[in-house]
Structure formats: C-alpha cells, structure tokens
Design a protein. Sequence first.
Length: 320
Amino acid sequence: MDRLIDLTSAITRRGFAIGAALAGTSMLLPRTGATAARQAEDFGSLDLPTLDIIVLHDGYDGLPDSIAAGRYLINITCDAGVEGDEGIAFTRPPAGMTAEAFLTALAPPTMASPAASPVADAGPGGASPAAMYQATWAGGTSALPGESSSVVLDLTEGEWIAWGDDPESTQVPTILSVTGTFPADAPEPAADITATFIDFEITIDGNLVAGDHLLKVENTGAQPHLLYLDRYIGSGTLDDESLATALEAAMSGADMPEGLNPETDLESAGVALTQSIGTMSWIPVSLQAGTHSAICFFPAAGTGLPHAFMGMHTVFEVTE
Ligand SMILES: [Cu+2]
C-alpha cells in the first residue's frame, strides 16, 4: 500500500503527476505538441469586464488589488520563463477563514519540515484538508510558455486568492479583493459544447465537430472538479476501458497498456481549472477530429485519491 499512499497523498493534479512519476510514468507532465492558442475572439461581443494578465514564473502582472464583483474575461499570456503549462485560478477561502490560513492549510509538507504541514498531519492516505471542499473555486485557465489563453468566470464578493490552482505552483498567490454585489444581468457567453461535472463523472455534450468552439464548464457535483481535455494522437485506440487501465497502471506502477503512453499519445486540447459546486466558466477550445479524453484529477474528500481513479474520466469522439 505504500505506493498507493504516496499517490493518494497528492492533493492536486501536479501532485498526481509527481506521484505518477514515482510510479514510473506520468499522465500529466508536459505532453507532446503545442496546444493551439486559446484566444479570446469569441468573447469580444459580450462586453465583459476584462483582466489581461501576464503569468510569470513567480507571480502575476496586471492583476489589480481590488475589482467589482462580476463575470470577467480573463486573458492570460504566459511568460517564456514559466515552467510548462501554468496559469491562474481564483479561489475564495471558506467563510471565516483568511487567505493566509487557507494557504497554510493546503501547504504541502516541505523537505525541511515534513511533519510541520497540516497536510502531513492529515493522516494515512493523505486526506485533504476540509477547507479545500468548503472553499469556492471559480475556475481558471493555463497556457504553455509564450502562449495565451482565456476564460470567462464569475467573481463574487469576498477575498479571493489568485494563484496557480495548486499549492506547489511557482506563482506566489495574490490576494484580490472583490467588492459589491454580483450583477444580475451578467451576459452568458453562447457555448456550443458543455462539460458537466458530478461526483464522479464528466459528461461532454454538444456540437462535437472539428473547429473552434466555446465550451461551458459547470459543476453540479458536491466536490470541486477540474477538466483536462486531451486529443489522442497515438497509433492504437483510446476508449474508456484503455483509459481506465492506464490510470490503474499509473497508480500501481504497472506498465501502460499498448498504444497509450500519456507522455506521447495525448495532446492537450483544453484545460479548465478547479470549479466548485454551482460555478460556471467558459473556455474557447479548438478541436481537431479524433478521439478525446476528459479527466478530472482533483483529490477526493477523505482519501485524497484523484477523482480520475474513482471513474471521473470519459472518452468522446470529435468528427470532421
Ligand atoms: Cu473531479
């Protein structure tokens, strides 16, 4: 069970990648091919308030200290100095908890003081801190170094943390004060594909043909969820069964199934960072024809087991 506990102590997707790397493979370390730039042109007509943010290795440029509550278009450009796929996400700590206390609760154990972290104290299996499940996660977006992406998401009144959606991100979290009442007439972007989360399934519905789309991501589950969309570019076949087998192999350290090496056979088609129940976000995606997977790696309450290992993945086809 030791290896399983190593893996389940991962509290984020990147933690999972580290755990998977220990197990001899990686589902999430940099994948082959450049992601098509996910640009904002679809959102131009909506007249949304906009934040243009540069993601740096150690933080963010262009993020104000305080903004009015609302539905925001967030455009990011990743500086060439970031490591891999990095971005920005927005998380509001549970009522009564400061941003500092929230970040401390989620801080990973350090090499210097592995026992000093609340996560390390959480018990066998690396149970995730309760605050993770009580916080509001509004979503976010990421991009490769030198590339851009966009997301529309809702920021309600309160003290938010803008960060990399992950305690181990290199970006220093920034506190963002959001004031006033969320507008009742916030315009809804016209999505033609929807990704819906429940505990623990993802469904992808809509106009699944090659081309540019606007994807609406909504969470109707109790736990926070996130979305990794990938196109299968291997020479075999990807289906629900082989994906489940690959995830099991990543967890157990077994060999990957024939025709599915996540490092070479999956190419990112889109990322929607963590959202909690009742939240919506919208991301532009550029789909090519082929077989795709949608996976959530958020850690489950109680066990810390990434949702992917609880069946939270699906395979779908995009046609010409
Ligand atoms: Cu999930």
